[in-house]
Design a protein. Structure first.
Length: 248
């Protein structure tokens, strides 16, 4: 069972703390991932924020995997037509940063973010996960060129260098930005608690800082974690990658 906290940045520090405590009640210390934004909406840079950098390193030292999660998380090159336009409009609230980003810019943001986080953490990043799990062609090419170890979208985890898929199945997540999205995510989580443990060898669960503002979402996350850990061992993405390689 792979759990992750998205949108980790100085602006979400208090909410992330709450989510850490919730997850660790079920998984134990450090057996989950964080997705870190270097400069959230260009308003909360990690660079130069010594206190937050120290906290990130402490979390990593405790065993939490650290993924690069875009650069600013904001879609600054929105598509207006085609599939990319549909995804940008309906699958995220203006936060599909890497969905329509040209290759050179995607590569530059990934490389800069990777270097920044690795300097702060004192270790390699675990991989790259695009904001809103949305990737364009430029992002996919940049992932391969940089040799990112792992990537993830709504339906799979894969190795960018080879294209090898390590796990398939939907990620269970929650949405807090409207009553309709709250209701639909609660309904999907109820279904997932019943169906997914019976159907999938690997379960994925992702939470966001905004979830902490809705008590019903926090209750649902708590119930889903409790159900998932009854049948699936809390693990790290690195464990998934090792098991895919087989013995040795």
């Amino acid at each position: 069972m792979l759990a992750s906290i998205h949108d980790v940045s100085p602006r979400s520090h208090a909410q992330v703390d709450r989510l850490v405590h919730l997850i660790e009640r079920h998984t134990g210390t450090g057996r989950f991932a964080m997705l870190v934004i270097p400069d959230h909406w260009r308003e909360a840079p990690i660079e130069g924020n010594a206190a937050f950098g120290t906290q990130l390193r402490a979390w990593a030292d405790a065993g939490i995997e650290m993924f690069l999660h875009g650069w600013c998380h904001r879609d600054e090159t929105p598509a207006t037509q085609g599939l990319a336009g549909f995804k940008g409009k309906h699958m995220t609230a203006g936060e599909g940063e890497f969905l329509n980003l040209p290759h050179d810019e995607a590569l530059a943001r990934m490389a800069r973010g990777k270097a920044l986080l690795e300097d702060v953490l004192g270790r390699p990043v675990a991989g790259f996960i695009a904001p809103a799990w949305l990737y364009g062609e430029g992002a996919h090419a940049a992932l391969r060129e940089l040799g990112m170890p792992l990537a993830e979208d709504h339906m799979k985890v894969w190795r960018p260098a080879s294209g090898e898929v390590l796990s398939r199945g939907p990620v269970v997540t929650w949405a807090s930005r409207s009553k309709g999205r709250i209701a639909s995510s609660l309904a999907f989580a109820r279904l997932a608690r019943t169906a997914l443990p019976l159907a999938l060898p690997t379960l994925r669960l992702a939470v966001h800082p905004g979830d902490t503002t809705v008590p019903a979402l926090m209750d649902s996350i708590d119930q889903t974690l409790a159900r998932f850990v009854r049948s699936h061992r809390p693990a790290r993405y690195a464990d998934l990658a090792r098991s895919a390689r087989g013995p040795g």
